[in-house]
Ligand binder design. Structure first.
Ligand SMILES: [Zn+2]
Length: 271
């Protein structure tokens, strides 16, 4: 070991933080090196001063490594510029105090805690962002699958020999709206396709009605339109409505109505 390496361990020695073997090797070097002896005396003085301010604790291995790394890093520029520029004797105590203070476990641990805390915060943010992305993708996947399933269902229904198709025409309220209602005359499986309906206010939704002849309106599903003004929804025709029912769509409070209360937007021709 060289003089400089021993010199870096002086602060630890002043804190009694070297193990027995390291301490013995350093003591041997001290026999031969007046500079290290002098520095150790100053460091012990500083350690004595520090002892009044805080309880000196023997640093753990990680802290020791930090102290060594710090003193090593400090020494590189200091040996070239600082030592020559500064009157050595007078200013020696304070840098030593500072070096020792930096060596106190609390300071090093605090730095460590801050570093880990920052890393932790960063990775937690990354995890949160990732899970948001996954949620969005899953959401889109479910929606695509949903749309696909409905389209397939609509196609199957349209191709069915039992299918009955009803054109829905606009009432006074939404003149650009039009729709198609198709249902299987055997099973009652039905699908509504609508377009050109106005966007619904936040507290409203469209409601589908079946009005069998001589019967009061029967509530079907609630629905809203997508961004392009389309709606496609599967429905099950009530048994009472299988023959000669009128299909109508009204705008209702979002939670739905038991009887139609709003204006008629779309309706099938009454037969
Ligand atoms: Zn030395």
């Amino acid at each position: 070991m060289e003089h400089q390496e021993y010199q870096e361990r002086l602060a630890l020695h002043a804190l009694d933080a070297l193990d027995a073997e390291e301490a013995r090797a350093l003591e041997d070097h001290l026999q031969a090196c007046a500079q290290c002896r002098a520095e150790l005396i100053e460091l012990r003085d500083a350690a004595g001063l520090l002892a009044h301010a805080s309880t000196p604790a023997a640093p753990g291995s990680e802290v020791r490594a930090r102290i060594l790394a710090n003193s090593h890093a400090e020494r590189q520029p200091a040996s070239a510029a600082q030592v020559i520029a500064m009157p050595r004797r007078a200013t020696k105590l304070w840098p030593n105090l500072i070096r020792l203070a930096a060596g106190v476990a609390f300071v090093a641990l605090l730095v460590g805690v801050i570093v880990f805390w920052r890393r932790d915060v960063k990775s937690r943010q990354e995890i949160a962002q990732l899970s948001r992305q996954v949620n969005t993708q899953q959401h889109e996947l479910v929606r695509d699958r949903d749309v696909l399933a409905r389209q397939r269902e609509a196609l199957a229904l349209l191709n069915s020999p039992n299918a009955k198709k009803m054109e829905l025409t606009a009432g006074q309220t939404a003149q650009n709206a039009r729709g198609t209602f198709v249902y299987d005359q055997k099973t009652g499986r039905a699908i509504l396709m609508a377009e050109g309906l106005p966007a619904t206010p936040a507290d409203k939704a469209y409601e589908l009605w079946f009005i069998p002849k001589g019967h009061s309106p029967m509530a079907g599903r609630m629905f809203t339109i997508d961004a392009s003004g389309h709606a496609m929804l599967p429905e099950q025709m009530p048994a009472e409505a299988m023959e000669n029912a009128v299909i109508a769509i009204t705008l209702e409070p979002k939670k739905g109505s038991a009887v139609p209360t709003g204006a008629i937007y779309l309706t099938s021709p009454s037969s």
